[in-house]
Design a protein around this ligand. Structure first.
Ligand SMILES: [Zn+2]
Length: 293
């Protein structure tokens, strides 16, 4: 039975033991209930040291077959080329450095590092989607992630898809105009509404506030638009939705918008499905990605 470690870096560092495709014990840093630490302010080498601590506390010296980690941003060839949400990792040779930190501590196992949303897609494949050739998933949270399995060699930053030509749409954290994340991401929603949290915007829409209602339509339309673009490039199919902001999704509305945007008959039949427990799935996917094929 293959025993791997899955690592996921988001707001927290999550570490879990994955045997076959099942997640066992999990630890997180910073620990729940402990002092608040913003990972954005933790230097890259310190992040690696914390990952090693968590692995050691979980694993207690048992043999490990492989270690797989999911990080936000553009991860190619073991290097984090850019990561707007963990800026200190930009250019960091994460795979080599993580492997050497582990090896120095006696864990001599293959290491893989993938994009966090791609890890989620791999986790969905490992647990839900054995019959599908292609898994696509949107992660809806502070940022908007797009994951794909099998992972292409491309960049796959679908959250930065351009969904509007309006030059006033400038709220994306990457600075690009008209981006999906600039409409759907939490930071962008706070910048747009200034004195309201995202939950309050969606609540105001339910209570009849016109500006909030218009925005909620835009939010769903943006997701449908980025998905329709993907359908026109990669074909129709199921699109999984994951992350905390799936609470805001009206599946009927987003499916309706998608159908309005995709009209060619061979491309019809796409639909959305919400998956819960996205952290668990991403840990499983990161671990599975590290195993020799
Ligand atoms: Zn962007």
């Amino acid at each position: 039975m293959a025993r791997s470690i899955g690592v996921l870096a988001t707001h927290y560092i999550w570490v879990g033991i994955v045997e076959d495709n099942k997640l066992g014990s999990v630890r997180m840093y910073p620990e729940p209930g402990g002092p608040q630490i913003d990972l954005k302010s933790v230097p890259a080498d310190e992040i690696l040291a914390r990952i090693l601590d968590q692995i050691n506390q979980l694993n207690r010296g048992e043999p490990i077959d492989s270690v797989g980690a999911g990080f936000p941003g553009i991860v190619r060839g073991g290097i984090i080329e850019d990561s707007p949400n963990l800026g200190q990792l930009k250019g960091f040779p994460i795979k080599e450095r993580l492997a050497s930190v582990l090896k120095a501590d006696g864990i001599d196992a293959p290491v893989a590092v993938v994009n966090d949303a791609d890890a989620l897609a791999a986790g969905i494949m490992a647990t839900h989607g054995r019959l599908e050739k292609l898994i696509r998933v949107w992660y809806l949270g502070d940022g908007i992630g797009f994951g794909r399995y099998p992972c292409s060699d491309g960049v796959c930053e679908g959250g930065h898809s351009v969904v509007t030509l309006d030059p006033k749409e400038r709220f994306c954290g990457c600075g690009g105009l008209g981006h999906l994340e600039g409409i759907m991401g939490n930071r962008a929603m706070r910048l747009r509404f200034l004195d309201m949290e995202p939950e309050e915007v969606f609540a105001a829409a339910r209570h009849g506030d016109t500006r909030a209602i218009d925005f909620v339509k835009l939010w769903h339309r943006a997701l449908a638009a980025a998905t329709a673009t993907n359908v026109h490039m990669d074909g129709p199919g199921r699109f999984y939705l994951a992350g905390p902001n799936t609470d805001f999704v009206d599946l009927g509305l987003v499916n309706q918008y998608l159908q309005e945007m995709v009209k060619m008959s061979p491309l019809q039949g796409s639909f959305f499905e919400i998956v819960h427990t996205s952290h668990d799935l991403a840990l499983i996917g990161a671990a599975v990605s590290s195993r020799a094929k």
